[in-house]
Design a protein around this ligand. Structure first.
Ligand code: IPD
Length: 295
């Protein structure tokens, strides 16, 4: 693994987005941090993970590993990029004036981790501008699946790669042939709405997959293992790296009603199929205010 020099952090946002060498360097750093975090998880994983705390609902859990990996990544970023801001799932936003923010999910798919299922990952991205999905410009990102070390990464304008191969989304021409990933939030009202929406989507696509880690599912769209992905309720750290990886693989990542991807809705895949899926989501009011949902 290569050594990283601390990089300058006094540039303006537009300089970050147009400087190829910086983008390459940031991509390598995302990959390096992802690999280091995975090595930590693999070597410190207890035989049986325990719930340490809960967040938005009793099923939205935190483990010691979520906290330890986030602390490790923060330390690495403060060494390599001391002037950058940090947004992590477990500790929130730590602001800075450098123009870049690292957006990190230390363990995406915490419930998989808790149950010993393989589909969890570390997601590391760096964005310019406000660190919110509808406003940022993703510069670089990497997602690493812990179980087998598979790594997907991308740099803005430089393509998406995995195992040295350039990634390209599938280009199916019928929604009915699209293998479609999705996920569900932790709020029971949101889950009720998501289940209703699914009754309209499932008969119109090839089939549905739910891996349990949105960052991985986005990468699976990028590498052609899924045709489409949609989910309402994703947070910035779930989509920062994976969203860039899909766009750099030639896919569209968007929201509903011509909005940018956001917590309201994230839809990813080959643009014409995203449009077909979006029509169904709109017909189902998949972004209806959660307060109006009663079950
Ligand atoms: C969750 C996973 C899951 C998705 C949820 C996310 P977490 O992230 O990505 O697949 O359906 O919406 O919150 O809580 O495991 O980091």
């Amino acid at each position: 693994m290569r050594h990283y020099e601390t990089m300058t952090h006094t540039r303006r946002t537009d300089e970050f987005t147009s400087d190829n060498a910086v983008t390459t360097e940031l991509t390598r750093l995302c990959e390096h941090i992802a690999h280091t975090a995975r090595e930590f998880v693999v070597s410190h994983k207890p035989p049986r993970a325990q719930v340490l705390d809960t967040k938005s609902t009793p099923t939205d859990v935190v483990t010691q590993m979520d906290r330890d990996v986030e602390a490790l990544i923060r330390t690495l970023i403060s060494q390599y990029r001391p002037g950058d801001a940090f947004l992590g799932e477990e500790t929130g936003l730590h602001e800075s004036t450098g123009g870049l923010t690292w957006v990190v999910d230390p363990i995406d798919g915490t419930v998989n981790y808790l149950y010993g299922l393989p589909g969890y990952a570390v997601s590391v991205a760096v964005v310019a501008g406000p660190p919110t999905p509808d406003k940022w410009q993703q510069i670089a990102g990497a997602v690493i699946r812990i179980s087998d070390g598979k790594l997907w990464s991308a740099g803005r304008g430089q393509g998406a790669f995995s195992d040295g191969e350039r990634l390209k989304v599938n280009e199916p021409h019928e929604l009915g042939k699209c293998l479609t990933g999705t996920g569900f939030g932790y709020d029971p009202r949101l889950r009720f709405l998501q289940a209703q929406v699914l009754t309209a989507v499932l008969p119109r696509v090839r089939d549905i997959r739910r891996n349990g880690a949105a960052a991985v599912e986005l990468c699976l769209v990028a590498d052609g293992s899924l045709d489409l992905f949609f989910e309402r309720g994703l947070s910035a750290w779930d989509m920062a790296a994976g969203g860039l990886i899909v766009s750099e693989a030639g896919g569209l990542v968007t929201g509903m009603r011509e909005q940018n991807p956001s917590t309201n809705m994230t839809i990813a895949g080959f643009a014409p199929m995203v449009a077909s899926l979006t029509e169904i989501l709109i017909s189902q009011d998949a972004d209806a205010p959660i307060e109006t949902v009663h079950f």
